[in-house]
Ligand binder design. Sequence first.
Ligand code: CA
Ligand code: CA
Length: 454
Amino acid sequence: MRIRTLVAIGASAVTVTASIVVANLPAQAATTTTPSTMAQQLARQTLATGDGWAASGTGTTGGSAADDAHVFTVRNRAELVAALGGDNLTNGTNATSKIIYVAGGIEANVDDADTPLTCADYADPAYTTEAFLAAYDPAVWGRAAKPSGPVEDARVRSTKNQGARINIQVGSNTTIVGLRGSKITGMNLILNKVDNVIIRNLTMEDAFDCFPSWDPTDGSAGNWNSLYDTMSLTAATHVWVDHSSFSDGNHRDAQLPEHFGRIYQGHDGLLDITKASDLVTVSYCKFFDHDKTMLIGSTNTVGADVGKLRVTLHHNLYANVGQRAPRVRFGQVDLYNNSYQATTEDSFSYSWGVGVYSAIYAENNFILRSADIPVEDFAYNWGGTAITEIGTLVRVGTQPAQPVSLVEAFNAAKDPDLGTDAGWTPTLRAAPVTPTAAVQSLVSAQAGSGRLGL
Ligand code: CA
Ligand code: CA
């Protein structure tokens, strides 16, 4: 039950719908469709001084300064595209300060009239999954080369059809706030060559690729790979992602079929930060039920990424994720006060990926692990040299948490070893680091969407 009220916001009187939930209804069942006073306050907030790498230099203010004409509430894909600037092909260059509230469920796989589109709607006439499997079965195609030829070309055309709907470009000076009960499904939000963006209280699920590619040369048995992340930062700077949730939703990997003996993977990252992106803070977010969670740096090539990819990750929850929590190349990454729940051994690969030229500073992180996931599996050397680790606590089941060095455990079990000094000490922290013993309960209570009074 909601009661309309008239409240004054700043200098102007604004009609809002205050969401007043009757006591016997669960609060999380409520969905608001107009921004509450709290939502409006959150949308006008800027990143706190010193709160991670995104506070560096000019800081991160997003669209907090938007004028009244550039405050939008969107309820579907078309409204979101309109609010971002009106033409998704050019929205990434729209630097007007703007605040966008996301209301209700927004589906990306829809036409302009919000009618659902299926994978079949995107498929090129020359593409079917069956034709693809027949053409590139290792028994036919072999394993020496990636697919090429007419069926692969048709797959690529199909992918472009889907990408034109689900890739949504966000421009500079934008704040996006999810309202209570809101959710974006099937979308890849793209922040490309933009500066100064804030994302808060957003729920994003299942950026599913209808047309995975097959790479028989990926790993020892080949892999199906997909294109889309729920959120992608490419050459993006000053980005703050806060109190948001990212997952595969109801479209979990365990439900996907296997082809050629490998899972027909329809997801890429949840929040990938690549191509010389820089000055990013990700705080109080929840990443769960997913495999390739957060890639920071996508290539070993020494080039544009050098000196970039500086990211702060604090008070995030990583629950039932397979790998890349995060995987880092090049960046100075401050990884503190994060909570890991690694209790699904079947899908677990590793958490901290120490890649080339990476400099991860990991402080006071908490690990809850299944007894079936060895402690030496949490860190992994992807060609890096060192990682600083301080104050990790590891708990198995309901046993008391123990101080454990994930890096020492890795070094004792595997080669080549990792050094223990990443060569820098973070200074951009808005508050004293949380004692590790308090991290699990604090992060469980506060990370993710739906925790800011919305
Ligand atoms: Ca990606
Ligand atoms: Ca060793």
